[in-house]
Design a protein around this ligand. Structure first.
Ligand SMILES: NC(=O)c1ccc[n+]([C@@H]2O[C@H](COP(=O)([O-])OP(=O)(O)OC[C@H]3O[C@@H](n4cnc5c(N)ncnc54)[C@H](OP(=O)(O)O)[C@@H]3O)[C@@H](O)[C@H]2O)c1
Length: 273
């Protein structure tokens, strides 16, 4: 991976090993490659914790803005993206995901990875992040590993008026949290409910309909968007698929890595950090 931004400047920057050939710009310095380097680079802000949440989203999009190709995001991804995906998971207390993504992508529980065990223990985190699924219908496969074999019990977030029979079934397989008065959950209440359970390092992997609600509620602190060098065409959603925001929200570029033509951008909501 190459780091394109921020570029190291100032007296502490290592000198370039060799001058670039005439007419060529210097090769940007190497970025974080090892799992530890990536984990350090993407650590949640030190201010997170003690009731103060930080909601990060990790999404991938094609050059033409598609958030999936034929119903899956995997065709847009690459090895470096999956590596970063795994690291972002390993840093989180909880992974929040919409039910359609769970169904389409066949989500299972998050893994407890040895490489991150000491880091997680030092922060008082469970061995693996909790999976938190947002659903109104609660139409989920409760016999699947997400509910039968999680490292830490899966949480289901829904509205108080979710179908009674599904609520009953859901409560037998997961901790069910009512985070909205109607049939759906409210995005800001989802964040508050997770904070109330001690989760402050929040990661959402979308999908687009859920991410749009976090964005419009203005509870999204950071977007890690991988841009893949592909044109997908078709009519798949962008990474947010929801109601208009009155005024577009400004984000500030905080990091940019590159690998094999894929860009790994990192934007923080202006004024948040
Ligand atoms: N590019 C990427 O990084 C990325 C990331 C994730 C997913 N995807 C792709 O996105 C596609 C799915 O898109 P999507 O927008 O439909 O996914 P989604 O946001 O994961 O799922 C939508 C579903 O989530 C539940 N939901 C969302 N908001 C809710 C609320 N406020 N209260 C209660 N339930 C709520 C509902 O589930 P119920 O129907 O159960 O009520 C809704 O039907 C898949 O093809 C997937 O591959 C791409």
């Amino acid at each position: 991976m190459r780091r394109l931004f921020p570029t190291p400047t100032g007296p502490s920057s290592p000198p370039a090993a060799t001058a670039p050939p005439p007419g060529e710009s210097p090769r940007p310095p190497d970025g974080p490659d090892s799992l530890d380097d990536l984990a350090d680079a993407y650590a949640y802000p030190a201010t997170t914790g003690a009731g103060r949440p930080w909601l990060r989203a990790n999404m991938v999009a094609s050059l033409d803005g598609a958030a999936h190709h034929q119903g899956r995001s995997e065709p847009l991804s690459c090895a470096a993206d999956m590596r970063l995906f795994g690291v972002l998971r390993a840093l989180a207390d909880v992974i929040i995901v919409g039910a359609e993504t769970v169904r389409r992508e066949g989500y299972g529980p998050a893994r407890a990875r040895k490489a991150f065990a000491a880091r997680r223990a030092a922060l008082g985190q469970s061995p693996a992040p909790v999976m938190a699924v947002v659903s109104a219908s609660l139409d989920l496969d409760f016999t699947g590993p997400l509910f039968t074999r999680p490292v830490v019990p899966t949480i289901l977030l829904t509205g108080a008026r979710a179908p009674a029979d599904r609520l009953l079934a859901a409560r037998q397989h997961a901790e069910v949290v009512l985070a909205g008065e109607g049939t759906t959950a409210d995005a800001a209440q989802v964040v508050r409910a997770l904070v109330d359970r001690g989760h402050t390092r929040l990661l959402t992997e979308g999908g687009p309909r859920l991410l749009a609600q976090f964005a419009s509620a203005d509870v999204l602190d950071e977007l890690c968007l991988s841009v893949s060098p592909l044109i997908a065409s078709g009519d798949s959603a962008r990474i947010t698929n929801g109601p208009d925001i009155a005024e577009p929200h400004r984000f500030t570029l905080s990091g940019l890595l590159e690998d094999d033509g894929y860009l790994f951008t990192r934007y923080v909501r202006a004024g948040r950090r």
